[in-house]
Unconditional design. Sequence first.
Length: 397
Amino acid sequence: MFWKKIGPRKYIILISALLALVVLSTNSTLAANLKKSAQKSSFGRLIPKLKKTTKRFKEIVVSRQPKRRPAQKPVIAVSKSTSEMTETAQESQPKNPTATLPSEATRLSVSASGSFSADIPGAGTATFSKGEVVKVAYSNGTYFLVQDNHAAATSEEPIKFTPGAGSILNLPDFTDMNWNQTTNLNAFRGNIEIVFSNKSKTLWAVNELGLEDYQRGIAEASHDSPEEHLKVMAIVSRSYAVHHLANGGRHAGEPFHLKNSRNGNGDDQVYRGYTAETRLPRIAKAAGDTQGTVVTYQDKPVITPYSTRASGQTRTPAEAGWSYEWPWVKSVPDPDTAGMERLGHGVGLSGHGSKKRAERGDSAATILGYYFPGTVLGQVDTSGQTVRVSIYGQSIK
């Protein structure tokens, strides 16, 4: 038989070549070469052709295999909206991960004492671990969530950070040192939104939190003041906030209601956040003890201006050059400040006078009734009220 004449090994090679011929039948040029080789009488001349054909067969098979895509570096975990599948950190990419981050983009940083997340409108929710510092950049109408100095996600809307259970957000680039320069008061309850204001041309870090949480971070009185004076200050600061919330905020056209009055940022109420609350527990307690209490005139909550110290007599708004006229804000004697230099505008409550009256045993209600004639204390439901406070910002030209 033929296979006995040429030997098993050569027979197998011949069979392999014929199989290759069948697979490559679509390649007319290659098939023609094989036919010519098969018609040769000398097997020794056929072997080189077979080897060449086998090599070509391997090249074509390899070239037709699908190419593997290079593995992508995992980035932050992003969960899509509830209508989409939740993605993991290993397999997900935020929306527009290859967006170019402009080198001139203004950036603000956010971190937290525990886990926290960022809501990126149109892209999903990114989650972060304790101590991670996350930057948000802004340029020409686009917000960039920055990771490793690259844009991990983009949005046309502001990016809002939310703390996880038991976590408190902080602003690593914001500095507000305590009296002896040992502690930076840069931690805040509630959420932090990074938002650009067209009016002030500034990228702001805005603290959004419940009104009563905001009250605990107000630092307008000395921690060692009498309890009734601390209650007075809690009530007037709450009355101030409630008034402005009811009127859309003190800063029309801005993405916040009030400023924190630190480092030159406004002249509203001094707000120093969660760190102040933990360091000044008596002030926080006074806020809790007076929850919902405000000054009212004819059964309506009213604004109650206050300053550090009068000079023997408080002033009316007109005397201070203001264009307001409030019937409950009159000029009254302030004997505890007689002969002293006035500190502040001197309208309404005198902080020094209130403190001295509390030391002599006057209640918060009595003190407030004296400085704001015709008013009484009332209650408002603050449980659902939210205040937005600008902490600091970066100007964008």
